[in-house]
Structures are given as C-alpha cells and as structure tokens.
Ligand binder design. Structure first.
Ligand SMILES: NC(=O)c1ccc[n+]([C@@H]2O[C@H](COP(=O)([O-])OP(=O)(O)OC[C@H]3O[C@@H](n4cnc5c(N)ncnc54)[C@H](O)[C@@H]3O)[C@@H](O)[C@H]2O)c1
Ligand SMILES: O=C(O)CC[C@@H](O)C(=O)O
Length: 524
C-alpha cells in the first residue's frame, strides 16, 4: 500500500483520482496528529501551512514524494528533500487566475479605499468626502516579476486602460511584445510607476527587493501591492515611507510572518490586508488539488511527473523516447562504478546517433545515479544524484559526437580516477534490449543484466576451458559468455553471465589460473 499523508486542507474533490486507486491509502491528519506513524508514509501532500523541515523529513524515512497544492514551495526545505532523493512537485498554474484576480481586487480596493469605506458604513457613518480615491485608468502599473501571475495581472490592467511597465530579468523581448508590455530596468519601474505590484518568488535575490533604498526611488504617492510572498517588500523598511506619506497606500495578502500578529503595519489606515487569500477560491483549490493528485498518481504508477521542482521536467512524449536510454545509462553507470572501485574525479558522457537528439540531461542523471549507487549508503536517484556527486567532488559533463561505432545510437562513459581511466560504451536496440559494445578498450557484446563476471587475461588457447572448469567445480552455471581482445595474443577479456553471484573463493580460484590478470564481479 502507498501511504499518503494529507496534512493541510486540500480540496476533497481534487483528491478523487487518488481515492480511486485501491493501492493508495490516504490519511488526513496534520503532522503532529500523525506523529506516531510519520515513518510509514510514502507521500506527503501540503498547502502552505505545513512546514516541511529537515527535521520532519528525518522522521519520514520512507518519503518518496512531496506534493504542494499551490505554487510557492518556500514552506518546503527543497534542498533537504533533494538530498534525500525525495521528489518535490507543485501545482504551478492551478491558482494563477485566482491570484491575479485577487491582486486586481486588492489594487482596486486600495485606490478606491473600499475596505475603509466599508468599515465606516458598517459603523453607521455616511462620510462620502472621506473616501475620495484614484482611477486606475491612465495610470502606470509597474509589475516586478512577469511570470504566470504577473502576466495575467498585466492583461487585466490593459483592459482597465493602464500602461504596464515590467521588470523581470528573465523575460525575453519577444514574450514582452506578445503580451503588449514594455520591459524596463528596476530603477525605471520604481521611478515611473503609480502603482507597483510584485509577483516574484521569494528567493535570496528577491527578499527585501523593495527595501529602504529601492522604496526611496519610487514616485511620491506610489501605491504598493504584494500578493506574492511576504518579505519581497521589506515590512520594517516600509514604515517610515508610510509615516511620511511617500507611499500613499499598501495592499498586502502575504506577510513575512503568517499570521502577522500585532504587526505595526496593521495600525496604518492606508494599509489594507487579507489573510493570504490569493489562492482561496473554490476553483483554484479544486485545480491545485487535482493537479497535484494526478501528478502523485503518475509518480505512483512509475510514469513521468511534469511539475517537479527538483527533477528535469519531462513530458509524456519525451519520457517515452528517452525511457530506454535512461535504463541503459543507469546500467553503464552501475557497471563502471564497480569496475572502477577507486576514488574518481570525473565522469564524461558522450551521446552519439539518435540518442544525441533527445533530452540527455535526464539520461545523464540516471547514469550518475547508477554510478553513485554502489558508493553511497543512502538512497540515490535522479533527484539527488547531481547533489551527491558534487558533495563527493565528482564532476560530470556531457558531449555529443557522430561516432556511433556502426550502431544507431551509442552512449559512452569515461570515468577518470587517480592514475586510471575506464571507458564503457553501450547501445539500445529497440525490441531487443541494451548491449555493452565496448569495455575498457575492447569491442565486445553483452547484455548488462544480472550477475556478471569480468576476466581479463592474455589471449592464449584453452583459457575458456580453464575458466569453465573452475566455475563447474564450484557449481556455478554459466548462462552466457562473451569474449573479446585488442589483438591476437594480446589483452583479451571474457564477460560471463552467471546464474548466481560468485563468492570470494571462486574469485580467488579463478585468479590463480595462469595468464589471468584480473577477475571482477559486476552486478547489473
Ligand atoms: N497570494 C497567494 O495566495 C499566491 C497564490 C499563488 C502564487 N503566489 C505567489 O506569487 C508569486 C508568483 O507566482 P507565479 O506563479 O507567477 O510564478 P512564476 O514562476 O510563473 O513567475 C515568477 C516570475 O518572477 C521572475 N523573477 C524571478 N526572480 C526575479 C527577480 N529577482 N526580479 C524580478 N523578477 C524575478 C521570474 O522570471 C518569473 O517570471 C510566487 O511568489 C507565488 O508563490 C501567491
Ligand atoms: O495554499 C494556499 O492557499 C497558498 C497558495 C499560494 O501562496 C501559492 O504559492 O500557491
């Protein structure tokens, strides 16, 4: 049974695809209620309330995947999850429209002073002159961060007759033109906008982006909106700008600390607030829950996930094309690691033929995971392989070549260790399987499967018989045997596939045979 802990309020209807599976057990409890059984869960589904810390991950040793029903993953320690090989997925666009609409509602409410007027009328006052606002029409809207939500806000702003000035260092000119906005530097946006709305993720670069220095560059009378993440506007730095009237008003849906408690900003009449409601619509909650539940189901069924934060994104199409090579890459890495059972510094992967046109990043990650598997005690997979390699000082790189050795495709791995380099090459033959076609400088042909035995010897008559006799005497059955040599009478090798793994006594007996140089067990 695949056990899923749903620790925040997630749309019940959205969880339906998971509930439909007889092999998935869903438990709805918060983390402290589930304390005793945390170690039993394979998956964790959260919104923003559950803080997925390193400590929590330590208590969930079986966890394979974390699903965030929403966009921001700042409540999840993604590095700690990656280190443990845990896939992190989110629902990147299920709440985009709701968040954009909320931003717009906040902006309109801010400039027309709707919340203040609402409170006044509810207090039995009728003071029309106290709530004179501003039009949005004709105003310059500065958007900082022009991704999914920023661009939806822009569409609505244009419909309101606003001109939109955008700052996003990752936005291309083409996309900006398509969306009818102009790209500017941050300073230009700060200096020209009547209203500024932020739509970036919260990162090291964006924390405090609107701090004292940048706030001082804004127009006097500017309005600010933050429906993205608390901390992008520095709350403390904002206070003097509100006190001296430089900033005319602020709309906040998000806070550095949530809930904000008795925060000084809350006492300003021109600061309007909501309790992180950007995604709180029936539609958005159904969308994000459905997206994340479907992705979780794909993961459970061994199909590719497309919204992972810590894995290269793969479409179903791409996955189908690379799947076979992903498997071959894993085997190449695994065999090379055992053969080169010494410290290594560098792996170099070369793709040739049809495989060179595919999404090779994923194949390389798989190869790396295969290589690291015999070397690390913890789980290693394509999620954490790059990170573990880095920690261990192993660099890796990809190259592309035309040299296919006559095969339709060829993946070549060269491992550089101290004083020793090893190269292994493999190909995938559709409807047949994986073949290793070069091994340590010798052309050969064997399937990378099961219990393998590598024997390097001098090319002499009778070697096959001698090896067969030793194995027979130890009751070891040979399933297949492949031989290869560099030149007649020179370096030669045998790769045997055996019905069971051999023990040290067999290895020792084989090593005693004259003209045998090396004997190695390889599990594939
Ligand atoms: N209030 C809510 O309930 C709510 C709901 C959904 C999303 N959000 C938040 O809204 C924000 C935007 O979400 P999205 O889905 O549009 O994300 P997105 O990834 O589509 O867009 C983010 C944009 O920010 C840009 N960016 C990154 N660093 C930047 C920088 N230093 N300066 C300027 N731009 C930068 C990126 O290039 C990208 O275009 C996120 O913080 C998300 O968590 C809040
Ligand atoms: O779960 C929520 O309501 C918050 C969602 C929002 O902040 C997000 O980043 O998707």
């Amino acid at each position: 049974m695949f056990r899923v802990l749903v620790s925040d309020a997630i749309s019940e209807e959205g969880l339906a695809p998971l509930r439909a599976s007889a092999h998935i057990d869903i438990v709805q409890k918060n983390v402290s209620e589930a304390e005793e059984e945390l170690h039993t869960f394979d998956a964790l589904l959260v919104r923003s309330a559950t803080k997925v810390t390193e400590k929590l991950l330590e208590n969930m040793p079986n966890l394979q995947i974390i699903g965030r029903a929403g966009v921001g993953v700042d409540n999840i320690d993604v590095d700690a999850a990656t280190k443990r090989g845990i896939v992190v997925i989110n629902a990147p666009n299920g709440n985009t429209i709701s968040a954009a609409e909320h931003t717009f509602a906040m902006m309109a409410a801010l400039v027309r002073r709707i919340p203040q007027a609402h409170i006044s009328v509810k207090s039995r006052e009728w003071n029309r002159s106290a709530f004179v606002g501003n039009e949005l029409f004709g105003k310059k809207l500065g958007i900082i961060g022009f991704g999914r939500i920023g661009s939806e806000v822009a569409k609505r702003a244009r419909a309101f007759g606003m001109s939109v000035h955008v700052y996003d260092p990752f936005l291309t000119k083409d996309r900006a033109e398509k969306l009818g906005v102009s790209i500017h530097s941050l300073d230009e946006v700060l200096a020209s906008a009547d209203i500024i709305t932020v739509h970036t993720p919260l990162t090291k670069e964006t924390r405090g982006l609107l701090g004292a220095d940048n706030l001082a560059k804004t127009k006097k009378g500017v309005y600010l909106v933050n429906c993205a993440r608390g901390g992008i506007i520095d709350e403390r730095a904002l206070i003097p700008f509100l006190e001296n009237g430089h900033v005319a008003g602020v709309a906040l849906d998000v806070f550095e600390q949530e809930p904000p408690g008795d925060h000084p900003l809350l006492s300003f009449d021109n600061v309007i607030v909501t309790p992180h409601l950007g995604a709180s619509t029936v539609e958005a909650q159904l969308n994000v829950a459905t997206q994340v539940a479907e992705e979780l189901l794909h993961f459970f069924e061994g199909r590719p996930v497309t919204s992972s934060i810590n894995l290269p994104v793969l479409s179903k199409d791409v996955y189908e094309k690379i799947h076979a090579f992903y498997h071959l890459g894993r085997k190449l890495g695994l065999i090379a690691s055992q053969f080169m059972n010494i410290p290594v510094q560098e792996l170099s992967v070369t793709y040739a033929g049809t495989v060179a046109d595919l999404e090779t990043t994923y194949i390389t990650r798989s190869l790396l995971a295969g290589f690291l598997r015999p070397r690390v005690a913890s789980t290693v997979n394509e999620v954490n392989a790059a990170m573990i390699a880095k920690e261990r000082g192993i660099t890796y790189g990809e190259k592309f070549s035309d040299e296919t050795h006559g095969y339709a495709n060829c993946i070549s791995l060269t491992v550089h260790g101290e004083n020793k380099t090893f190269t292994i090459k493999g190909t995938h033959v559709p409807n047949y399987g994986d073949r290793i076609v070069h091994f340590d400088g010798v052309a050969i042909d064997f399937a990378p499967e099961g219990h393998l035995l590598y024997i390097q010897h001098h090319d002499r008559p009778g070697m096959i018989g001698k090896v067969g006799n030793v194995l027979g005497a130890h009751d070891v059955n040979i399933a297949t045997m492949q031989v290869g040599r560099q030149e007649a009478g020179g370096k030669a090798m045998m790769i045997l596939s055996l019905d069971k793994p051999v023990d040290e006594a067999v290895l020792h007996a084989l090593a005693q045979i004259d003209d045998i140089e090396t004997v190695k067990r390889l599990e594939a």
